[in-house]
Design a protein around this ligand. Structure first.
Ligand SMILES: Nc1nc2c(ncn2[C@@H]2O[C@H](COP(=O)(O)OP(=O)(O)OP(=O)(O)O)[C@@H](O)[C@H]2O)c(=O)[nH]1
Ligand SMILES: [Mg+2]
Length: 277
């Protein structure tokens, strides 16, 4: 009987890693010299060090909202990343759609809650209710329709109206890059980068149809949102420790005041009662 080489099956606990959602490094910006967010080539060394600590931080899911004119391709980019599919027939989003994507970044679980809002005017009042507490705003425009870029500032302003306490991370995303010639693409990108600089957003050109830069964009978004969430978590811990320290200090001061008061009271009593000791 011929000798057959047996390849052992992987243990059931060993799952194949989805390389799209497992990050060991901070992905680069589309155009690093344009980005107002982070121009670093990797996660900060101090952040990596903090994450090596035995107590793992519990990070809340990150809320990402997609806004922009109707039919610019918001749903298409979310579907391309989450399901790797593309539909050419247009089905308007009614109100809002929701997708959850789990990432593993530097060994930590981190989820993106994606709120894909409707661009049609008649749903605006419903979609507005989902803008609150956004950590990331993705302003989307159609690279083949100049007027959708003109609306970008208006969309951002209305999303920021619901997020006044902390400024979310902002991305300006051009979609349908497959519909443009090279010259049109470069012209539109130049215009859009000026707008991105005005609104302090990081710029990306994508295509949901061909998949151009879609994965890179979501990985970058997740990496930056993760970095921000860890920083905020450490800041909260530091503030908490400081408050605890202050409270402990105030308690010890109070007990000292109390002791002194008792001491003087007992001396007075002794003097009144004529005790010489
Ligand atoms: N060629 C091309 N067509 C695209 C691309 N992305 C989206 N489309 C098409 O554009 C149309 C609108 O896409 P949607 O993703 O539904 O647009 P939306 O922004 O979600 O629209 P609302 O939900 O109404 O706000 C659809 O017919 C898509 O097939 C792309 O990258 N390339
Ligand atoms: Mg949609």
């Amino acid at each position: 009987m011929p000798h057959r080489l047996r390849v052992p099956a992987p243990p059931p606990s060993m799952k194949l890693q989805d390389l799209r959602t497992h990050l060991r490094h901070l992905p680069l910006a589309y155009s690093p010299e344009q980005s107002p967010l982070s121009r670093e080539k990797d996660f900060h060394a101090q952040l990596r060090y903090q994450l090596e600590m035995p107590r793992k931080p519990k990070l809340r899911p990150c809320k990402v909202i997609f806004v922009g004119d109707c039919s610019v391709g918001k749903t298409a980019i979310v579907n391309r990343f989450c399901y790797d599919k593309f539909q050419s027939n247009y089905k308007a989003t009614i109100g809002v759609d929701f997708e959850l994507e789990n990432f593993n970044i530097l060994g930590h679980n981190f989820s993106l809650e994606m709120w894909d809002t409707a661009g049609q005017e008649r749903f605006k009042c419903i979609a507005g209710a989902y803008y609150r507490n956004a950590n990331v705003i993705v302003v989307t425009y159609d690279m083949s329709k100049r007027d959708s870029l003109d609306s970008a500032k208006k969309w951002l302003a209305s999303a920021l109206n619901y997020n006044t306490s902390t400024r979310p991370l902002i991305f300006l995303v051009g979609t349908k890059s497959d519909l443009l010639t090279k010259e049109e693409f470069m012209r539109m990108e130049r215009l859009a980068i000026t707008v991105a600089n005005d609104i302090q957003a990081e710029y990306w050109s994508l295509s949901a149809r061909s998949g151009f830069k879609v994965t890179e964009f979501f990985q970058r978004l997740a990496g930056l949102a993760f970095e921000t969430a860890v920083r905020q978590h450490l800041e909260t811990l530091k503030n908490f420790a400081q408050t605890e320290q202050l409270a402990a200090h105030q308690t010890s001061e109070k007990s000292q005041t109390f002791d002194l008061r008792n001491y003087f009271k007992s001396r007075l009593y002794r003097q009144k009662s004529g005790c010489a000791c």
